[in-house]
Design a protein around this ligand. Structure first.
Ligand code: 5BU
Length: 450
């Protein structure tokens, strides 16, 4: 018996793989179920496993080892103890209390880290994990995985340039268990059939804009404009004088579906500016979007919306609102389309998973909410707006984090990208807007086929 076989049989005794009928997270019925968490119950096996995993990457260099809870956490800890490479921990979920970071431990921007995972299936969740780890400023090149369920994950990660090694494939595990009479011929046949023809996971597909379930008239208008202009670009005119805003708006107007303002940063804001912007918006067909980020009780929001010197209710087609004040606070915006902020783009934002899911829920049930701002998928009921898009920077020194149009359309299934400095810091506003328009539209079309 080889060392590998010996290890596997002992691990099998611990219960790392069970046979029967199991409904997986994806809804698929599987004839086996893998759970490597029990490996931690045998210190000897865990040590052997740690050594085996380290051997897979002994030609590689990295500063940190990152364990992904729960199963891989003791493995990564054991690897760290053996190799003296410091450990960091990727949170499973940020539940809404305690620290806001997704990765815990001592680390610095730019450090490289080896990611340790228990099982890889399609690779999708591992890619999400990598994304979250890299968002904390770490660099991932290397991954080790204990078990490959052989459903395309390895290929997907290799294609993206990752150096990924696995200890066992599921077929190998089945063969070893068969060889040592832990599985009958019949069971092996059933499992192999399942492995050779894995049932397809039916994911909620990204719907093209025209098929999104948008009821709100402003939402419909926005979709109509996007299709007509072939643009999903919203320009953020974060400029501080009326002249600058107007010049910018004029130059980008052919390429955008909406102009987003922070009216309270415009030092000489006046009714005249609004009259001119409204005329331009009408002529060039775009909407006016006030990024006011209301965040109060309904009554105060109503006053801010209607009675402030900016008279937002007179001109804004769309406004942003933090749904933090609860569903009723969203009802005061009359016919203006409400875009809730369910997640922010900045580093360390407190809009974690817990807040996000509750905020999406409130948004989906409020008829005057047509969409939301987030950095991840929200489903097909809401239009998704994503800021933090820039093709030539990763972020700024004040916490902003950037993604490319490819990422936001393909990975987050966003509907509209919001670009500020990528446009108004460009030497030529019009050329920049045209470029972002093209990049955004191509990425959107690509994302429909993914
Ligand atoms: P930038 O220059 O592209 O970083 O500007 C982004 C704009 O989007 C800016 O007006 C922000 O206030 C706005 N924004 C954001 O960046 N991130 C968020 O999560 C939200 C709004 Br909500």
């Amino acid at each position: 018996m080889t060392h590998r076989e010996d290890f596997l049989l002992k691990a099998y005794e611990l219960g790392i793989i069970k046979f029967g009928r199991f409904t997986l997270k994806s809804g698929i019925e599987s004839p086996f179920y893998v759970d490597l968490r029990s490996l931690a119950s045998s210190p000897q096996l865990l040590k052997t496993l740690a050594n085996n995993l380290l051997e897979l990457v002994d030609d590689r260099e990295f500063d940190l080892i990152c364990g992904v809870p729960y199963a891989a956490l003791p493995m990564a800890t054991a690897m760290s103890l053996t190799s003296n490479i410091p450990l960091i921990i990727k949170r499973k979920e940020n539940k809404g209390y305690g620290t806001k970071r997704m990765v815990e431990g001592v680390y610095q921007d730019g450090q490289t880290c080896l990611l340790v995972e228990d099982v890889i299936t399609s690779g999708k969740s591992l890619l999400e994990t990598i994304d979250q780890v890299e968002r904390e400023g770490l660099v991932v090149h290397d991954l080790v995985v204990v078990l490959d369920r052989e459903q395309g994950g390895i290929e997907k990660l290799k294609e993206r340039g990752f150096h990924i090694k696995t200890l066992f494939t599921i077929n190998e595990v089945i063969d070893i268990l068969h060889k040592f009479h832990r599985l009958t011929d019949e069971k092996v046949k059933e499992i192999k059939e399942f492995l050779n023809n894995p049932p397809e996971v039916i994911e909620e597909k990204r719907l093209p804009l025209e098929e999104k379930k948008v009821q709100h008239p402003i939402g419909k208008k926005l979709v109509e404009l996007a299709l007509k202009k072939q643009s999903n670009l919203i320009a953020s005119a974060d400029l501080i004088t009326a002249d600058e805003v107007l010049r910018f708006a004029n130059e980008v107007s052919d390429h955008i579906v909406a102009l987003k303002l922070h009216s309270d940063i415009i030092q000489d804001f006046s009714e005249d500016l609004i009259i001119k912007l409204k005329a331009l918006a009408k002529e060039k067909e775009f909407l006016l979007f006030e990024d006011r980020k209301f965040g109060d009780i309904g009554n105060t929001q109503e006053l801010q919306f209607k009675r402030s010197i900016y008279k937002i209710s007179d001109w804004a087609d769309l406004v942003t609102v933090h749904p933090i004040g609860g569903a009723d606070s969203l009802k005061v915006f009359e016919n203006t389309g409400v875009v809730t902020i369910v997640e922010m783009s900045s580093k360390g934002a407190l809009t974690d998973d817990y807040y996000f899911s509750k905020a999406v829920n409130v948004s989906e049930n409020e008829p005057n909410v047509l969409g939301c701002v987030a950095q991840r998928k929200v489903g097909n009921q809401l239009l998704l707006f994503t800021p933090g898009v820039n093709v030539s920077a990763l972020g700024d020194s004040k916490g902003q984090q950037y993604n490319t149009p490819e990422i936001v359309f393909n990975n987050y299934h966003t509907d509209f990208m919001i670009v500020g400095r990528g446009l108004y810091k460009a030497p030529d506003f019009k050329t920049a807007a045209k470029e972002y328009q093209t990049l955004g539209w191509i990425a959107y079309l690509q994302s429909l086929n993914n």
